[in-house]
Design a binder for this molecule. Sequence first.
Ligand SMILES: Cc1cc2nc3c(=O)[nH]c(=O)nc-3n(C[C@H](O)[C@H](O)[C@H](O)COP(=O)(O)OP(=O)(O)OC[C@H]3O[C@@H](n4cnc5c(N)ncnc54)[C@H](O)[C@@H]3O)c2cc1C
Ligand SMILES: NC(=O)c1ccc[n+]([C@@H]2O[C@H](COP(=O)([O-])OP(=O)(O)OC[C@H]3O[C@@H](n4cnc5c(N)ncnc54)[C@H](O)[C@@H]3O)[C@@H](O)[C@H]2O)c1
Length: 474
Amino acid sequence: MATHHDLIIIGTGSGNSLLTPELDGLDIAIVEEGTFGGTCLNVGCIPTKMLVLPADRVLESREAERLGVHISREVEVDWPAIRDRIFTDRIDQIAAGGERYRRSQDFVTVYAATARFVGERRLALSTGEEITADRVVVAAGSRADLLDVDGLDRVDPARGVHTSDTVMRMDELPQRMAIIGGGFVACEFAHVFSSLGVEVTQVQRSGRLLRAEDEAISRRYTELARGRHDLRLETVVSSATRSDTGTWTLALKGLDGDTDVEVDAVLVAVGRTPNGSRLGVEAAGIELDDRGVVVVDEQQRTTADGVWALGDVANTWQLKHVANHEARVVAHNLAVDTGRHRDPDATPMDADHRFVPHAVFGHPQIAAFGPTRAELDEAGTPYVSYTQSFGDTAYGWALEDTTGILSVYADPTTGLLLSAHCMGPQASTLIQPLIQAASFGQSAREVARGQYWIHPALAEVVENALLGLDLPGE
Ligand SMILES: Cc1cc2nc3c(=O)[nH]c(=O)nc-3n(C[C@H](O)[C@H](O)[C@H](O)COP(=O)(O)OP(=O)(O)OC[C@H]3O[C@@H](n4cnc5c(N)ncnc54)[C@H](O)[C@@H]3O)c2cc1C
Ligand SMILES: NC(=O)c1ccc[n+]([C@@H]2O[C@H](COP(=O)([O-])OP(=O)(O)OC[C@H]3O[C@@H](n4cnc5c(N)ncnc54)[C@H](O)[C@@H]3O)[C@@H](O)[C@H]2O)c1
């Protein structure tokens, strides 16, 4: 006999935030196979950024020399203290508290189990139970990919083989680490571990790091990374062998021909696969696209009646702020669908994916939204652009910055922003007024001249970039 609920939510990452006060009192089941709170809290955004901060501090202590500050003592890194501040003192408590709270709500049933669809809105759990519901939300996220190379095809922390799920909890820092990949995860961890004193070799299949960024930024970042650690471009791992003493020898094939690299740990960071296919969604009439992403409409409805999906399982951005936005859309639409919305006239809402930004918390930071120059060219979109160097602004002088840039792209007729691409200190914060301008349809001129810009703050980079655009009436 299956247990019936009003609503089943699969996944406690962004899925956990669906339980708005309007849904209080429905009989809700929430199924989680891993740690309560999902990727962002436990193994993603939050712990990585808490790790980036001490890494930045180490680099800043070196960069202080240029400002006339000489630090006479060697900078020491206390890895257990860094790790425990993040996990023992904060993350693990938040995750446990979140689960305790949900379990304390009498209208919520938490199932600690792996769910799999066996029919329409019918799930078999790894505990042997079966559950059904009037409505289901699939918020099952994505998982880290491994390599199709013997030894690196499964996570094995005890043998020094990691993904982002395990690498942040290592007992001690290895002396040498290979990081495979050149995307967000690989670049952030290459910054973290090289700053903390690990000898990093980064192996990237293509010719640049962060290839999806505006080309000027991807090239600059690649050059900066090359100056900081061993970087092998257009290179892949062809085999991996582990000695009795625990050293890994990776055979590399690439630009430098066939080479070997010896390391004590390997971090595989070559992308993430959405979890839809693991859920057996076809049994429930839920379609996947050719990349395995759950197909949803603008209201986050899947192809099956009464089933919504959100987050990494249902989009290709794989970003927490996108999952959060989609969760707000689904929560609203569930409230409307169940007749519980506080406004009786409320209608279902659409997700807004017009200007999805992202940031890479490397050193320097990168942040962007909208098409790159190459994408605008390829689409034949008319644009004007301007690139402002951080070093040509007052605060850039204070920072002695030599590498930061902000490129803005705007419609030549209306002056509305099409995209912005930034690399430099605080890029993730600096870009926000541009995201706001694009989202609210404010023109570059309006934003630049319609408000004060604090002098001599770093935000003058944004003001100057906007003023640099060659727009009519300027
Ligand atoms: C190292 C790293 C750093 C990141 N940094 C950033 C960042 O700085 N900024 C940013 O925007 N994004 C970042 N991300 C991406 C971000 O973490 C994800 O986009 C976001 O967490 C996805 O949320 P979600 O709710 O879709 O999935 P998740 O949070 O992954 O939640 C899905 C949950 O479903 C559970 N689950 C899966 N299958 C089943 C099943 N069959 N049965 C039961 N439960 C199941 C999982 O255990 C998981 O808890 C990072 C990701 C990683 C890996
Ligand atoms: N700051 C952030 O917002 C943040 C941080 C981390 C992760 N994330 C999210 O997590 C997702 C996954 O990140 P990711 O970095 O794992 O994936 P990714 O898709 O961004 O990058 C994968 C990288 O691995 C390389 N690669 C693939 N196969 C390879 C191989 N066999 N050998 C060498 N290199 C290989 C690719 O060229 C690419 O550079 C991202 O899409 C991102 O949205 C976001």
